[in-house]
Design a protein around this ligand. Structure first.
Ligand code: PRX
Length: 636
């Protein structure tokens, strides 16, 4: 039996059972038959779920960039690897073949080496969605440098804290970036960030917008002349299975972002396997994921997963609303996209617009639709199904996380019967469990619980950069011996999972994972603010939006409230990024606290949602009277 491709529901159950009964045999076969290795493993898996220690394909030697590129050159050298669709529809799209991509990656790899980057060094990549972004990831992987991509919407201080945390030696950026009708000064943001980043020795700059930038002598270099001068061949570094491939930061329950570390072999096997099965990619299909490579979805399902499978993947620089709301549909029509993978927040925003935007385009190429990043509500699901999928393209609602490396729970198109709002069944190798409040495993169906995974899978993050204890505390301590996802889920009568949302202090806004703690930390730095508490509340388009309850210091009391609100949001934008701005800000005279001084967020969440029923017992609060005040002055 071919374990790599599941083609019927019966085969899914067979493979799933095999993967649970004999995980090593299962993953060993998948790894053995579908990749190139310098040396095979001694053991498929060694693990410890208490100390969060995972070794997949122990002692195997490989290079993931070689698996993404070199392996395809004989058979698919002339096939398009990347279609680049620029922000401006009048600028020509680019088709980059596997051979061309291979050459560009080799040249870039040689430039990195020439600038002193060695195996194990960290390289921060702060680029817009242009081909050089994918090329930079692969070039790092080729020479064994660890890439740390920072989403190019983050502010200078967010970039700085990420560079400092992993002590990056180099930054790859561009002069500027285009997004819709805006041009953003990326190099200026990097310059500001680097004032507090002594580890950075060099900055490579892509010319994208032809804008004037400051180039610091000795540190900053335009990349193109270096690429032109570099050799076009590069021998890929021999990497150990567990060598780190990349760091990707995600927000956490304290102000400091968590640098999730993914390693080489397990991540490769898992992203390739999941891409193959979830998107039903065939032959010369054109696959398009609209995420940004600055997030895990882009790492795994724009770059690594598709290229490992020799697919054609679209990189889109722009936004769905530019030049108008038909842009997505225009691109699907223009490039005859077969698999389309986007986020519910985009679907909801586009569903609000006139249907004529979509109706003037031919979407008949679409075979499979994907959704990711947040729960998809019933209305959005049906709109997606009716208007984009024309009721013939199955929707795969894919649940996963930065930490999981790849998709964990999702229907396989044409195989798993879909059910709106349900991510349905786990992928082979994934063993989800629901836990009750007493921390016991729930056996029944038709129940809600905290979603945990009880056995390792190859794509699991291995640690938090520089802080393994935090990794254990965050993911492996709430339910001993299990990986805790931070999500709640419902399991229905046939065993389908529906993700109900976060059960911790993370809020998913427009598909972006935002920890409330870092936002509170940023707000509290504002000179007029004494204390703050941020909670999420339901929002028609964004899924959730942020509501801030803020107490002021004496000097803030006399200030104009609207000015203060504006200042606080500007403060958040410059400390974190515009995505973390608050939709509502209520100034309060105090925050509800327990006797031990902990803010009772449960109550604030209910007030923000406008649900005044059942606050629970508030008499144990230190200041129960405050609840009434906050309720009465709630912003609608
Ligand atoms: O709450 C879940 C939500 O997004 C969180 C992970 O966010 P991040 O690490 O940024 O990765 C996003 C892309 C994989 C999860 O804990 N989430 C993601 N996908 C879904 C989802 N919630 C419901 N349904 C989904 N399909």
């Amino acid at each position: 039996m071919n374990y790599y491709k599941i083609d019927s529901l019966e085969k899914y159950f067979k493979i799933y059972n095999k993967s649970v009964r004999e995980p090593e045999e299962f993953w060993g076969r998948v790894a053995d038959e579908n990749f190139i290795w310098y040396q095979k493993w001694d053991k498929v898996l060694e693990y410890d779920m208490i100390n969060a220690d995972f070794k997949w394909f122990k002692n195997a030697k490989l290079n993931i960039a070689r698996n993404c590129l070199d392996r395809h050159l004989n058979k698919r050298g002339d096939k398009t690897a990347i279609i680049f669709e620029p922000n401006n529809p009048d600028e020509a799209a680019q088709h980059i073949t596997y051979s061309e991509l291979h050459e560009r990656v080799c040249r870039m790899a040689n430039v990195l080496k020439e600038k002193g980057i060695q195996k194990g060094d960290r390289v921060c990549i702060y680029l817009p969605m242009i081909p050089e972004l994918a090329v930079s990831l692969l070039a790092c992987a080729r020479i064994g440098a660890i890439h740390s991509v920072v989403f190019a919407g983050f502010s200078a201080s967010a970039v700085a804290s990420r560079i400092q945390d992993s002590e990056c030696k180099m930054v790859i950026t561009s002069d500027g970036s285009y997004r819709g009708n805006k041009a953003i000064d990326l190099k200026g943001i990097v310059d500001e960030a680097l004032q507090t980043c002594p580890s950075v020795e060099s900055v490579l700059v892509v010319n994208r917008t032809n804008s004037e930038v400051q180039m610091k002598e000795g540190r900053d270099h335009w990349i193109q002349p270096l690429l032109d001068a570099a050799a076009k061949d590069n021998v890929a570094e021999i990497m150990d299975a567990e060598d780190p491939l990349f760091i990707l930061y995600t927000s956490g329950s304290t102000g400091k972002p968590k640098g999730m570390v993914h390693t080489t072999a397990g991540y490769m096997v898992y992203t390739a396997f999941t891409f193959k099965n979830i998107f039903n990619y065939k032959g010369d299909d054109v696959y398009w994921c609209t995420a940004d490579i600055g997030w895990i979805t882009g790492h795994s399902y724009i770059v690594y997963g598709p290229l490992l499978n020799g697919a054609t993947t679209v990189i889109f620089e722009g936004v769905p609303s530019y030049p108008d709301f038909s842009r997505f549909w225009d691109i699907i029509d223009k490039h005859k996209v077969n698999q389309f993978y986007t986020a519910p927040t985009a679907i909801r925003a586009l569903a609000k617009e006139n249907l004529s935007y979509i109706e003037k385009h031919d979407l008949s190429s679409i075979k499979v639709l994907g959704s990711v990043g947040e729960p998809i509500n019933e209305e959005a699901w049906h709109w997606y199904n009716n208007h984009v999928g024309r009721k013939t393209a199955p929707i795969t609602d894919t649940w996963w996380q930065t930490e999981t490396g790849g998709i964990m729970i999702a229907p396989l198109p044409f195989i798993t019967p879909t059910k709106p709002t349900y991510a349905t069944l786990p992928l082979p190798g994934i063993q989800p469990v629901l836990m009750d409040e007493r921390r016991n495993e729930i056996d029944d169906n038709q129940v809600v619980g905290s979603l945990c995974i009880k056995f390792p899978w190859p794509g699991i993050a291995r640690t938090i950069w520089g802080d393994h204890q935090r990794y254990i505390d965050t993911y492996f301590s709430a339910f001993r011996g299990k990986y805790f996802t931070g999500d709640g889920a419902l399991r229905d009568e046939v065993g389908y999972y529906r993700i109900t949302g976060r059960v911790d202090d993370v809020v998913i806004v427009s598909g972006h994972n935002l920890g409330t703690a870092p936002i509170e930390d940023a707000i509290n730095e504002h000179p007029a603010v004494a204390e703050s508490a941020i909670v999420g509340f339901p929002h028609d388009i964004k899924g959730n939006a942020l509501y801030g309850f803020i107490t002021l210091k004496e000097r803030g009391e006399g200030r104009d409230r609207d000015n203060l609100r504006r200042e606080i949001n500007e403060h958040i934008a410059s400390h974190i990024g515009p995505i973390a701005k608050l939709d509502k800000i209520q100034f309060v005279s105090g925050l509800p606290k327990t006797r031990s001084g902990k803010i009772m967020r449960r109550i604030l969440r209910k007030i923000a949602e406008g649900d005044f029923s059942n606050f629970g017992d508030i008499t144990t609060l230190l200041n129960p009277e405050i609840v009434e005040e906050i309720k009465n002055e709630r912003i609608d």
